[in-house]
Design a protein around this ligand. Structure first.
Ligand SMILES: [Zn+2]
Length: 415
């Protein structure tokens, strides 16, 4: 925790940011994968540093505004490539439809609707849907393959006004998007504008408390602007005339929350589990600045523990590869300095990433089949949140004695 040379305002409440939460050094932006032909060119690195706001307790990334984080109009991530994520979406649609009595006269809007992975389950029940997503390539897949009408826009107050002209929403869903918007106030004011008087907003986000408890520092990357607690989100929503009335814990992304909110004055009373959850965060000290102080030391310990494991394996001559080319893997590899000296290559199931180099570490990304051709001794699982799914898919490595390494919270070798 130290003062810095420039003081930025909290992106939620505007209070000057004076307290560093964790500093992961210099890192390239995680989506800046490169072509092998670009490997000899200079690569841009930016500070990867998070602060905690002393007033509203929002943990947030230092805004460095590198050109690469500006959105280029297409994603390389398609939600439908993850089977467990599809199942999560299907169960959500079922729950919402029965709990809030949705039907053919309702309107469900999803913000950051990606390739229509979630709205397809509402549409299948005859409920009118609208997706909003800035990625034209994802929107095109949503429309063509799933028949999900999708507006290609960033979401905020302006988009909300435009969509509200043809009717406000009974349900607005936003999964893993709130943490990824730089202007969080514009986004939440858009939710307020688009919601019917009796409507419900559900927002899912990885829970800051899990990040702290499990040392999931690799979920910190430049495009992930905010690290959210229930406490900080309730304060943010309240400033926009929205009230959280329920919360659910989810296993996704290592531990997420799904909050339910509506217009202030029009929501049910706070649920028992919401009250209990506020208590848990209070007990963990999330409203006390001092509680945020020990995380940085724990992160440095996690780095040393992982490196010790990898060094000892390499000293014995092990061949190690990485599975997964997602953002969190890039933070882990760059912060820990794990490059071609530890890992032969990485694999990823998405054809959009195969043939490219990981940012910073320049590890080549291949299709998962490559593992069965080269038979490495260890597969380091970078997206640990999907480890069960990946271990299931890659169980064949046991045929030659291959084992898995899960990097966090403590390195674990799984035969
Ligand atoms: Zn603040």
């Amino acid at each position: 925790m130290a003062d810095t040379t420039r003081t930025l305002p909290c992106r939620a409440c505007g209070t000057p940011l004076r307290h560093v939460f964790v500093d992961l050094g210099m890192s390239p932006v995680s989506n800046a994968m490169r072509l092998p032909a670009e490997a000899h060119l200079a690569e841009a690195f930016y500070p990867l540093r998070t602060f905690v706001c002393e007033a509203c307790k929002l943990v947030q990334i230092e805004d460095v505004q590198p050109a690469e984080t500006h959105f280029h109009g297409s994603y390389t991530y398609f939600s439908s490539y993850s089977k467990s994520w599809l199942e999560h979406a299907r169960r959500y649609a079922e729950m919402m439809t029965s709990r809030f009595g949705l039907g053919p006269s309702s309107k469900v809007v999803e913000v950051a609707s990606n390739d229509g992975y979630l709205l397809q389950y509402f549409k299948a029940q005859g409920i009118p849907v609208l997706g909003i997503d800035p990625a034209a390539n994802c929107a095109e897949v949503a429309e063509r393959e799933r028949g999900i009408p999708t507006l290609v826009r960033f979401f905020g107050a302006a988009t909300a006004r435009e969509v509200a002209e043809s009717g406000k929403a009974d349900v607005i869903a936003g999964n893993n998007v709130l943490a990824h918007v730089p202007d969080i106030n514009d986004f939440v004011s858009g939710l307020k504008l688009l919601l019917k008087d009796s409507g419900v907003i559900t927002i899912e986000f990885p829970h800051l408390l899990r990040l702290i408890e499990a040392k999931y520092f690799d979920t910190i990357y430049h495009e992930h602007y905010s690290y959210l607690s229930l406490l900080a989100v309730e304060r943010l929503f309240a400033r926009h005339g929205l009230t959280v009335f329920d919360v659910e814990e989810l296993p996704t992304h290592g531990g997420s929350l799904r909050i339910f909110a509506g217009h202030t004055g029009a929501t049910p009373a706070a649920s028992d589990r919401l009250i209990a959850f506020r208590g848990r965060e209070a007990n963990a000290g999330l409203d006390d600045l001092a509680s945020y102080g020990s995380f940085a030391a724990e992160v440095r310990h996690a780095k040393r523990a992982l490196l010790s494991t990898l060094i000892s394996l390499k000293e014995k001559g092990a061949r190690i590869v990485a599975y997964g080319a997602a953002a969190k893997g890039n933070t882990l590899l760059n912060y820990c300095g794990i490059r071609g000296d530890f890992l032969d290559y990485a694999v990823d199931a998405s054809p959009h990433k195969q043939g490219l180099l990981l940012p910073g570490t320049a590890l080549p990304v291949h299709a998962p089949e490559r593992i069965f051709e080269t038979k490495p001794d260890y597969v380091l699982i970078l997206p640990w949140n999907l480890k069960d799914e990946i271990i299931g898919q890659m169980a064949g490595i046991r045929a030659w004695g291959g084992q898995f390494i899960v990097p966090l919270p403590e390195p674990q070798i799984i035969p």
